[in-house]
Design a protein around this ligand. Structure first.
Ligand code: HEC
Length: 446
């Protein structure tokens, strides 16, 4: 194993396309009042349709009442303003007032025959909304609320962590690494056993890593000190497409009962479009529990020795042999990580040497930067996971296709590349020389 001086890397899970916000987009494609239809909307109406109403109209009415109405339908039923416009057949009445009448009209029903009539539930949704005066979506309606947090399967988050203040992304900076600290102390022994990422501004957040540091870090989001994260213990990470992560019942990340545990949230922001006024206060919701039998940790297999020639397909296969002091580790979950030029990634454990029986430690054949998640490891270790033995060989293969006109190297920027398979394991390696990056930094590649 090499010493830490050789560990050059900064952790990074960079780059990527922002996630679409789930429901805020419902009306985003809809034209505003009057847009393009030539029909009169009510310019005094502001706001968007409540999600439930929008859903019924989208599923049952817009095949005809689209923004450009079809099949003889006289008006669109797309925006709130469309519903508040004067009816074509009677200008003293509003479209929304006619809706309950026409959906209940057995001689001239809407939807028009031969289309099926609305279900009783859908009819009630439209009629009750109309009777209430067809209000805009309220602040808690799904049409304007942020997307719900990813669902954790069993544990219920009870410890939210976040920054002391918003970070505002400078308009002129493409990539930015920003850190904030959170001090956690518990009167009784406690383990953190689950992580639910809370992504606030999905336009600029491109990855989040949670570390445990040896000293307190400012709670106010500040540019990270270069190289700082190498001395920290990695706890968990999130990248586009990721969800919550929960440890198996025998392991957890301990919190101190004397003094405090110094957690650091490292945010990678990316603002390639130079948008102004982008703010963020992302964090995590943690699940805590009574102490578990083992203390968990994260390490990374792979390599930092990457130079992908311009315009070429390229791959590296990098191996580490498990030394005696790293035998008996349970590898329980992995998050394979490359950047945007990646095509395939696979990590395997070969029992007793390179020709031994293989256990998959995380394979992704069609790499997609936007769907990076923690994968469970199946193996023969008690309680699931793969158990390391002295002499086992762990091999990570990363493959890329460089579609750019320049060589691409390892690095933290969106346009750089990586080959890390972050792997959660227990019990912790107990050594002052230990770093999460050591297995990757000490691998040999061909
Ligand atoms: C298959 C096409 C089609 C579908 C689907 C459809 N409509 Fe219509 N709609 C029409 C046509 C054509 C007219 C004009 C003729 C009429 O009034 O019957 C119309 C007229 C209306 C009118 C009367 C407008 C006025 O000015 O008098 C209302 C209200 C209406 N539709 C509501 C709805 C609602 C609500 C739905 C969905 C639950 C729906 N429609 C589904 C074709 C459709």
């Amino acid at each position: 194993m090499r010493s830490l001086h050789d560990v050059l890397a900064l952790i990074s899970l960079a780059g990527g396309v922002a996630l679409a916000s789930a429901c805020g987009a419902v009306n985003a494609d809809a034209p505003g009042p009057d847009a393009g239809t030539g029909l009169s909307g009510d310019p005094g109406v502001s706001g968007v349709l409540p999600c439930a109403v929008d859903k019924v109209l989208a599923a049952n009415c817009r095949s005809c009442h689209d923004s450009s109405p079809k099949y003889g339908a006289p008006m669109p039923l797309v925006t709130l303003a469309d519903l508040h416009a004067a009816a074509r057949s009677n200008s003293s009445r509003k479209v929304y007032e006619l809706v309950p009448e026409r959906i209940a009209d057995d001689t001239k029903p809407m939807p028009e025959p031969p289309n099926a009539r609305l279900s009783a539930a859908d009819r009630a949704t439209l009629s009750e909304w109309s009777a209430a005066g067809a209000p805009a979506a309220g602040p808690t309606d799904c049409a304007v609320a942020p997307p719900p947090p990813p669902v954790m399967t069993n544990c219920k988050p009870d410890l939210p962590i976040g920054p002391a203040s918003d970070w505002e992304m400078p308009t002129d900076s493409g990539d930015e690494y920003v850190c904030y600290g959170v001090e956690l102390s518990r009167a009784t022994p406690t383990h953190v056993v689950g992580f639910s990422p809370r992504i606030d501004n999905s336009t600029i957040v491109h990855h989040v890593v949670l570390f445990e540091a040896d000293a307190a870090v400012s709670p106010t989001p500040t540019k990270c000190s270069s190289g700082g994260s190498l001395q920290w213990r990695m706890v968990t990470g999130w990248a586009p497409g990721g969800k919550g992560f929960e440890l198996p019942p025998q392991a957890g990340f301990p919190l101190k009962t004397t003094g405090s545990t110094h957690y650091v949230v490292q945010m990678h922001y990316s603002n390639p479009q130079a948008l102004a006024g982008q703010k963020d206060h992302s964090g995590f919701d943690l699940c805590t529990s009574a102490p578990r039998q083992y203390e968990a940790d994260v390490m990374a297999f792979g390599t930092q020795k990457i130079t992908i020639p311009a315009g070429a397909a390229y791959d590296r296969t990098c191996s580490v042999t498990i030394p005696k002091q790293f035998a008996g580790l349970h590898l329980i979950a992995s998050m394979p990580h490359m950047h945007k030029l990646g095509t395939e990634m696979s990590t395997q454990l070969f029992a007793g040497g390179a020709t031994g029986a293989a256990t998959d430690l995380g394979t992704i054949t069609g790499w997609n930067f936007n769907t990076q998640a923690w994968l469970g490891i199946k193996g023969d270790g008690a309680g699931g996971g793969a158990l390391t033995k002295e002499g086992d060989v762990i091999t990570t293969r990363c493959a890329w296709k460089n579609t750019t006109g320049a060589d691409v190297k390892y690095g933290e920027k969106t346009a750089d590349e990586m080959c890390y398979s972050f792997t959660t394991y227990y019990p912790r390696v107990d050594s002052s020389l230990w770093s999460w990056a050591l297995p990757a930094a000490s691998s040999t590649c061909k």
